[in-house]
Design a protein around this ligand. Structure first.
Ligand SMILES: NC(=O)c1ccc[n+]([C@@H]2O[C@H](COP(=O)([O-])OP(=O)(O)OC[C@H]3O[C@@H](n4cnc5c(N)ncnc54)[C@H](OP(=O)(O)O)[C@@H]3O)[C@@H](O)[C@H]2O)c1
Length: 349
């Protein structure tokens, strides 16, 4: 059984549908039985088990599902207790993409190994979209000297409220500030540094700028490179915004301001809009000390669809016993082919 926590949410409901489509058995878990039953009916999953609880960790420890997919967000706080509740033997998957939550989950590696459990953090476009390209470029090669990754998602907006889970992730990203790896260590950088304009393989263009996301950490872990830079198209490109970003990030470290910002952002109502570009792209450039450079791209459609597909594929593989014990980013747990099984195409230039 694969429990989907937050099953009424944007990603949770899609993951449930995709787990079922892959032959897995999703169990929809949420805080309100009526909303979960409604979601199940909308997904054509009316027969599946639903669980109403506001204490997911206690419920997991009691009922011992094979795999838990956490889509409730707030991963810096929710990931560790929920993952620990899966021990021993149960597996855990989340969609974190920030540098507070991911290191905390990865720090459970030894506990997970001892208990025979696999924990995967970053199972979405955020992290795997670029990590898979780095892993492919580095296969059977010595450790590179420098890696650059660029996350260029394209997402259709359904409308409706942004929601607290996503709002917490966005604010958490801003408060981390800018970071990069130099000499094997994570060092501060300016948020929005390294602005880039990409000529995409399909002829379109996209802009990105420096962001301290989980992609930075995953690229370093997958390559071992001492110097790593990560950019994202989600960091606004305009010069004025880039100047204001670090100031906003510093202010948002103040707890009451942060809570206020999360509440306001969660209540923002998005207007439905098609995705701005046909494709979502993950891009990586890997360089070695001998002057060799390799470049690769991951291409997929809507980044949200890819995210749901990655999480579902990861959960189903873990339920089949394909993971090895420990705590990992997705490509380190299941290889770059996970991204291909989830609908991505990786090409090496
Ligand atoms: N890595 C990536 O590429 C990627 C991509 C997309 C999303 N994400 C992340 O995935 C998370 C989910 O995103 P989403 O767009 O699906 O969010 P969403 O639509 O707001 O859904 C969140 C779900 O979690 C539930 N929830 C929220 N807070 C909770 C709490 N404290 N306790 C229990 N349940 C709670 C909500 O249930 P109720 O109905 O009870 O409110 C809802 O079902 C976010 O953190 C987002 O940043 C990552």
């Amino acid at each position: 059984m694969i429990w989907i926590l937050g099953a009424t949410g944007r990603t949770g409901r899609e993951i449930a549908a995709q787990v079922a489509a892959r032959g897995g058995t999703p169990v929809l878990v949420g805080r309100n039985a009526e909303r979960i039953h409604k979601t199940a009916a909308e997904l054509g999953l009316a027969g599946v088990e639903v669980i109403e609880t506001d204490q997911p960790a206690a419920e997991i420890a009691r009922r011992r599902p094979a795999v838990v997919v956490n889509t409730i967000g707030g991963y810096a706080e929710t990931a560790v207790p929920i993952a620990r509740a899966c021990l021993p033997g149960g597996h855990y998957v989340d969609l974190a993409n920030d540098l507070v939550a991911m290191p905390r989950l990865l720090a459970l590696h030894d506990e997970a190994v001892a208990a025979g459990s696999t924990f995967v953090t970053g199972a979405g476009f955020g992290v795997l979209g670029t990590e898979a390209v780095v892993a492919r470029l580095c296969t059977d090669r010595p450790t590179p000297s420098h890696v650059q990754v660029d996350a260029l998602p394209s997402v259709a907006i359904d409308g409706g409220l942004l929601g607290e889970a996503l709002a917490r992730s966005i604010i958490s990203g801003l408060t981390t500030g800018g970071l990069r790896y130099e000499g094997g260590r994570m060092v501060p950088a300016r948020l929005g540094a390294d602005p880039r304009e990409h000529s995409l393989p399909d002829g379109q263009t996209a802009k990105s700028a420096g962001a301290a996301t989980g992609e930075l950490l995953a690229a370093q872990l997958s390559s071992g490179a001492p110097a790593v830079v990560a950019t994202s198209a989600l960091i606004p490109g305009s010069r004025v915004v880039r100047v204001l970003l670090p100031v906003a990030g510093a202010l948002l470290k103040i707890a009451p301001l942060q809570r206020f910002a999360v509440r306001r952002l969660a209540a923002v109502e998005g207007k439905p809009a098609p995705r701005p570009r046909e494709h979502t792209w993950g891009h990586a450039v890997v360089s070695w000390a001998d002057g060799t450079t390799r470049e690769g791209w991951l291409r997929t459609g809507d980044a949200m669809d890819f995210t749901a597909s990655v999480a579902a594929e990861t959960a189903v593989r873990l339920a089949r016993g394909e993971g090895r014990p420990g705590a990992y980013t997705p490509a380190r747990a299941l290889g770059p082919e996970l991204a291909e099984a989830a609908g991505g195409t990786i090409s090496v230039c």
